[in-house]
Design a protein around this ligand. Structure first.
Ligand code: ATP
Length: 306
């Protein structure tokens, strides 16, 4: 009886993990129902990522046929490089990450990984190749160690802790008396948006995917947390093809290329220094964010004086 029970128990556990992973991905993208229109083509092959270059080629997309969201977007993320997408709210930034993960198919144009159209490969292999750090990370009511190990179940304790160090969250974890055994979630320690995002980065470090997509949390952060996120990001994206959907421009100043999206079109592109010199949309967004940050810090100082 026990002999029969153990494999069944294991199967149940694997099933629960797979189901949980699907729910998490759906939560990550804020899609509650999977899009039935996205299907594997007959004869779809697994994607074998070599260098891991990504190309969007004249991509057009609309959720509803009467409202175009992306209106012909072309850019490359060369293997091992970091490209950041910035732009006003509603410009279509997160839509780009959803299309790369193939939660929707493009209306026209194509998306290529190492020269292969992502519609020609299996969805499972595509999603295995991409590490997604979502805006809002799902945490389980379990220990912080469990929550990080979720990136790769067979990771050792040392690997979990090394990933936490890369993600700049190790110091925070060690401040708790129970360290890595601290319970988080509804019944335990509540993590801020920035801390959650670093847990997600640590998971991705463990998963070690060739391609990384980071959809940055929108919430405003203090400059210390911001600096930690920036370092975490540099750690995980080093030598990895990375697409960063950025709301805070200060986290992407070092990107190899910054693409400024406005109403579904690329308005400007270049490096941080080049875009500041161009004195266009990026420069005005940068100045506005810097002023807002300075105002927040002044308010915090006044608060400290009380
Ligand atoms: P933000 O900076 O506010 O996160 P964003 O640039 O990432 O914005 P997207 O999330 O890509 O913008 O959304 C682009 C547009 O598409 C928005 O106008 C949004 O309302 C619309 N949109 C997003 N998701 C859907 C959906 N599932 N169905 C219909 N419209 C959608």
């Amino acid at each position: 009886m026990i002999q029969l029970y153990q494999p069944l128990n294991l199967m149940g556990m694997v099933y629960r993990q797979i189901k949980q992973a699907i729910i998490d991905i759906e939560k990550m993208f804020g899609v509650l129902t999977r899009n039935p229109e996205v299907k594997d083509r007959a004869g779809a092959q697994p994607l074998h990522v070599g260098h891991g270059s990504v190309r969007f080629e004249d991509v057009r997309f609309s959720y509803d046929s009467n409202r175009p969201i992306l209106k012909g977007v072309t850019f490359d993320v060369p293997a091992g490089k970091t490209v950041a997408i910035v732009g006003p709210s509603g410009a279509g930034k997160s839509t780009i990450s959803r299309l790369l993960f193939r939660l929707y198919d493009v209306s026209s144009g194509r998306i290529l990984i190492d020269g292969r159209d992502i519609r020609d490969v299996t969805q499972v292999s595509l999603r295995a190749a991409i590490g997604m750090v979502p805006q809002d990370t799902v945490l389980f009511n379990d220990t912080i160690r469990y929550n990080i190990r979720y990136g790769r179940w067979n990771a050792t304790d040392e690997e979990v802790e090394a990933a936490a160090r890369t993600a700049q969250i190790d110091g925070f974890i060690r401040m708790s008396p129970k360290g890595y055994e601290t319970e988080v979630g509804e019944r335990g320690l509540k993590l801020s948006g920035g801390e959650k995002q670093r847990v997600a980065i640590a998971r991705t470090v463990l998963k070690a995917p060739p391609i990384l997509v980071l959809d940055e949390a929108t919430s405003a952060l203090d400059s210390h947390t911001e600096h930690e996120i920036q370092e975490a990001l540099e750690g995980v994206s080093r030598n990895r093809t990375s697409l960063v959907i950025a709301h805070r421009l200060s986290t992407i100043v070092g990107a190899d290329e910054i693409i400024v999206l406005d109403q579904g079109r690329i308005a400007e592109r270049g490096t941080h220094a080049g875009l500041l010199a161009a004195d266009g949309l990026y420069a005005s967004m940068w100045n506005r964010q810097r002023e807002a940050q300075e105002a927040r810090e002044k308010l915090a100082l006044i608060g400290d004086d009380d």
